[in-house]
Design a protein around this ligand. Structure first.
Ligand SMILES: C[S@@+](CC[C@H](N)C(=O)[O-])C[C@H]1O[C@@H](n2cnc3c(N)ncnc32)[C@H](O)[C@@H]1O
Length: 347
């Protein structure tokens, strides 16, 4: 099947950015842990100057895991994960842009040395998110930062990610979302599409599209403002609002179900000894029981996070939020005079 013209356009635009280094995204350093920020600052200059993410999202409990980064660009997140999975883990980055994949490959040795690894534990391949060419059930964790908004066929992208993720695995997804459907008239506009606006999913369709592929409901982990300052783009986008949002989704074995439970985080995940932040609403402090509904109890007990929790059945029906509205969350932050995790400015 031939490639969608929008995908070819994205490759061309990112190849130019990679060659010219004329554009770089802001890192959401405020909401990363001290350790995560320290790792980012140790990335090579060549990698950092081609960082195009919509807010870095880094899953927890990575040691020894096999991780896939879909739309890895120059590999910023792959190299961070390479440090965190350690010598017994492995990270694969896939992207359609040959220029960025070449730039990423050229930095493997640098990071292998920087992390003190005897052998490289990561690789980069050219490939399309909509038809990932990996074995089914071959990754423990998938991450993706700023690419679904660039995929013309969202369903294919979610189906493809679901196929290659193992049962019990997590899809840690960060992307641009719209509040209402972006105007169709300017869908193919080069700049608006490649900046992630006209291809952005309406936030409330994520659960439906990902759910159809087989994923659990999304939990909102992080929100950043998209600040469009260019008057012409504001007009073309009909004053529509956009956000960057990070979500957790899981692929669970079929037919597993746990009832509402009191779950206690053991504090055993490296870098998260005091508490595990689940989403924008929920924290699991170490050693303290937290009541969660059946859906979340099922995710925690049937995913790889199982070894970090103790479970106790309860007879009550606690309400656990999921599929939270990122725009309402941003409005709440603003009303309270608080800052979002980061701002993505479109000039
Ligand atoms: C906004 S950039 C983010 C890059 C990278 N995740 C980062 O954080 O620097 C989007 C990336 O998605 C890639 N991309 C776009 N459409 C894709 C597709 N269908 N399959 C694979 N990669 C794609 C682009 O080439 C680009 O590298």
């Amino acid at each position: 099947m031939s490639e969608h013209p929008l995908t070819s356009m994205v490759r061309e635009v990112y190849n130019k950015h990679s060659a010219l280094c004329d554009f770089v995204c802001r890192v959401n350093d405020e909401d990363l842990t001290t350790e995560q920020n320290a790792i980012f600052s140790q990335l090579s200059e060549e990698t950092r100057k081609r960082y195009y993410g919509s807010g870095i999202v880094i899953p927890e409990q990575l040691e020894g895991k096999r991780v896939l980064d879909i739309g890895c660009g120059s590999g910023s997140l792959v190299f961070i994960l390479s440090k965190l999975v350690g010598p017994t883990g492995y990270v694969v980055g896939v992207d359609i842009c040959d220029g960025l994949i070449e730039a990423a490959k050229s930095q493997i040795e640098y990071h292998q040395k920087a992390w003190g690894l005897k052998e490289p534990n990561c690789e980069f391949v050219i490939g399309n998110a909509e038809k990932l060419d990996f074995e089914p059930n071959s990754f423990d964790i998938i991450v993706s930062n700023g690419i679904v908004c660039l995929c013309p066929d969202k369903e294919a992208a979610f189906n493809s990610a679901y196929r290659v993720l193992k049962e019990g695995g997590q899809f840690f997804l960060s992307d641009v979302y719209s509040e209402v459907d972006p105007p169709i008239k300017y869908r193919d506009h080069e700049t608006l599409w490649t900046l992630g606006t006209t291809g952005a999913m309406r936030w409330d369709t994520l659960a439906e599209v990902a759910g159809k592929a087989g994923f659990t409901s999304p939990y909102l982990g992080q929100v950043g403002t998209v600040n469009i300052v260019n008057e012409e783009y504001i007009k073309m986008l009909e004053n529509g609002r956009f956000v960057c949002a990070g979500w957790r989704l899981f692929k669970l074995p079929k037919d597993v179900k746990r009832g509402a439970s009191r779950v206690t985080y053991k504090g055993n995940i490296t870098g998260f000894s005091d508490a595990l932040r689940w989403d924008v609403d929920l924290y699991f402090p170490t050693g303290e029981g937290v009541e969660v509904d059946s859906d979340l109890a099922t995710i925690l007990s049937a995913s790889y996070l199982n070894s970090s929790f103790d479970f106790c059945d309860i007879q009550t029906n606690p309400v656990t939020k999921r599929n939270q509205n990122p725009f309402a969350y941003l409005d709440k932050l603003q009303a309270e005079g608080r800052q979002p995790a980061f701002i993505y400015t479109i000039e």
